[in-house]
Design a protein around this ligand. Sequence first.
Ligand SMILES: [Zn+2]
Length: 161
Amino acid sequence: MSTVSDNPNVKSIKHMAFAVRDAQAALSSYAKYLHVPADTKIIDYPKSRNRVALFNLGGIEYQLCQSMDADGRFASWIKQRNAEGLHHICYEVDNIEQALDHAKSQGAELRICKACGVYGSHPHPEGHVAFLDNDAGGIEIEFMQVYTPEELKKYEEFQGI
Ligand SMILES: [Zn+2]
C-alpha cells in the first residue's frame, strides 16, 4: 500500500450510503447475489426520517437508505437523477477539524446536515460528522471522527440513551 499519496488523515471508509427506493427490496438483492443475511434488520430513524438496512460486506459498512417521506433526503436525490445509487461515502478521519480545514483550503464548502440542520462538525451517534458541499466524482463526501469510548459515554449520557 502506498503511504506517500494517501491522505494521512483518512483512516478508512466508515460507511457507504446508497439511496434506494425500498430498503427491503435492495437488501433482498444483496442477500441473493452477495450472501448478505436476508434477515438483516431494517431500522427506522425517526429524527432523519430514514429507513436503513445496515450490514458489512467486504470489510465495509453498507447503508441502504430509504426516505420515509416523498421529499426526504434520499427520495429527492433519486428523483433528481431518476436512479438509485451511491449517495455518499463517509471517511473516518483522525481529526475532523483538520480534514475540514484542508478541504476548505482547497476551496471546499460545507453542506448542511439535513437531519440536524447544522453545517460543519457536529455530534452524531457514532462520532462527530460533517458534510462537504463538493462532490468527488458525483459522490458526496462525509467525514467522521469516531468517538473514543469516553466520548461515546459522554454523548450517550447527554442524549439520555
Ligand atoms: Zn447531523
